[in-house]
Write a protein that binds this ligand. Sequence first.
Ligand SMILES: [Zn+2]
Length: 225
Amino acid sequence: MKDLVLRRALVATARMTSHRGLNRGTSGNVSVRCRGGFLVTPSGFPYDAMRPQDVVAMTLDGRATGRLAPSSEWPMHAAVYRARPEAGAVVHVHSEAATALACLRRDLPAFHYMVAAAGSTSVRCTPYATFGTEALAAAAVAALEGRRACLLGNHGQLAFGATLEKALALAVEVEGLCATYLRALSVGEPPLLSDAEMAEVIAKFATYGVARPASSARDRRRASR
Ligand SMILES: [Zn+2]
């Protein structure tokens, strides 16, 4: 079987979306770029029963190889890989808080500095489009401009990263931020950070990667001085 290591990693990440509370049932899907295209989770298949051979290999123009049908959202995954050369993996989930905000068709604004983990001053929400369509794929790519995550109107969220680990970590972060934002909104409109304040955070993240600055080895060394 080709790409066995990647297939195993994809299955493990798909299971993690469930174990980390990002998914319900068989909703959501995960993919990873490979030579010649990408590997994607099959359609409507429970992650706990999934084996590496169940993963579907696809070209970027949508030709599939495998015993099972690819996730119905494959056009969205393919569109992200075509538009964003830096995307190595894509995680799409219907996590509760991100989906709640997406159902309000609200962007996640700069209410907290960690919004910068997605690459900019907000996480945009797309208009509504039917699942599995090129229209949804195009809307997601547009909302992702300058960012690594977006909300999908009346649907869920999508995050990508250089690796499966980074894409999953960003999806977890976006879900947590949406939960906090909704909680803050229940009391009032939180004040937003300015573009200058967010630019400072984004510059720090560029130096340290998307990890929280305080967790980097360089910061720990600095702190111990
Ligand atoms: Zn979906």
